[in-house]
Design a protein around this ligand. Sequence first.
Ligand code: HEM
Length: 144
Amino acid sequence: MNFYLLFKSLHLIAVISWMAGLLYLPRIFVYHSEASHHSQKQVFKTMERKLYNYIMMPAMLLSWLFGVLLIYSLGFDIFKEFWMQIKIVSVLILTHYHFMLGRYLQDFKTDNNRKSSRFFRIINEVPTIILIVVVFVVVFKPLI
Ligand code: HEM
């Protein structure tokens, strides 16, 4: 059994699921911040809680777990490589962004959101930019 390839496949599955949530949750926040009816808000709260707790949180933990197992398989010397340094900074920003969304989710849960829908539209671009950076960096790594 080639554990390196197994970890890489599982890493990619987890990363795709995590990214799906990171891109979709702020979209729900956009609609939630514009909603005025109580029943609408309740639906958004359920969608947000389930997405964050049952998809994003496990996917984030599994992305890290299999990412760290890949680092272990390849040897810690990969931290000397420039592509890995860019990647690690990018995924730390992404992880910080993940927990920031968790704080906004709590604000919505208690009907204390003060941010505008425009704010959520803008921050929605953060994971898109990081996704582009990370994919280019891991694909072009032999040249970096
Ligand atoms: C959560 C922390 C993460 C860690 C510790 C991590 C670490 C790693 C490592 C060590 C590899 C193996 C590279 C190689 O085989 O040379 C890898 C592969 C990969 N990672 Fe991550 N990663 C993380 C998150 C992400 C994220 C968020 C994305 C996408 C947005 C991503 C996309 C990829 C891709 C596409 C590959 C395959 C590269 C290839 O086959 O050459 N990773 N990751």
